[in-house]
Design a protein around this ligand. Sequence first.
Ligand code: SF4
Ligand code: SF4
Length: 350
Amino acid sequence: MSTDAPAPSGVEEVHVLWISEGMSCDGDTVAVTAATLPSLEDVVLGAIPGIPKVHLHNKVLAYETGEGFTRAFHRAADDELGPFVLVIEGSVPNENINGDGYWTSLGNDPDTGEPITLNQWIDRLAHKAYAVMAIGTCATYGGIHAMAGNPTGCMGLADYLGWDFRSAGGLPIVNIPGCPVQPDNFMETLLWVLHQAAGHAPPIPLDDQLRPTWLFGKTVHEGCDRAAYYEQGDFALDYNSPKCQVKIGCWGPVVNCNVPKRGWMDGIGGCPNVGGICIACTMPGFPDKFMPFMDEPPGGSVSSAFLSNAYGPLVRSLRAITNRTANKEPKWRHNRAELTSGYQPRRTGH
Ligand code: SF4
Ligand code: SF4
């Protein structure tokens, strides 16, 4: 998807207003504290050249509490704060069905003393933000809180604001899914948005689900280091195996995510690459379309049957023969009193 952001604006200071009061566990906030490329500290302390000065407002990390913390949000709503990026964490409940109460809120309205719902904050702030980012699968697509049978009728931010929403900076909602988000995936995306705000980057490339294309353009399977086992039809039958886990629940072949390729923190960890089936936690259909997680995915048995029964065993045995050959040194490497390498001195006769 091409974004129709306006010409570079050259913003010098940006506030990041981060609301984690959706249907949320704060897991994405916690995850992002593990980022290193860049770290939150790098961004907030100005260690990254070329981006605006950043003022972060996140309740888990803020020094301020209570009304001191919510002041920046009120000032933004009153057009007094300056340029800001709005980050939403957690799914957005349907407050049309909340009865006499509310599903979730941040702070109180000073005039009425009533809680201000997440939805009211989004209504007040989203159109004024330079960019609006949805962090984690709950905020992007609804996620676990929006699964069948939930009482809040919650949804992702684009379901609430509309998929054709544009921020004041001309950007669509920027979705960075994951449950939780992979730390560097979010920080890289934020860095792009900040560079764009500074006028130093082209419009951020997003796919039709509003995900950054360079992060979510490939499948888990395409980046999984167990894919060689898959290709040889060699499948794990229990959870202690180093082999491909498609028969014990891995959805990797049909899931857009880079975690096995990237690792979790500094290249360490992941999911199927280190023994945990991919449950498709980045996907708009998560979790309902992938449950029960520990059953073999429907496509798994079809795609693996041919590999298991015919192609796989044949290819494995042929490769084993070649592997044995490759594991032997050539016969001319010896310490005998003769040269058998095939060397022939060049003859320069007159
Ligand atoms: S473990 Fe999952 S992602 Fe990895 S190769 Fe097997 S099916 Fe693909
Ligand atoms: S590999 Fe699968 S389970 Fe792991 S983070 Fe990506 S989508 Fe989620």
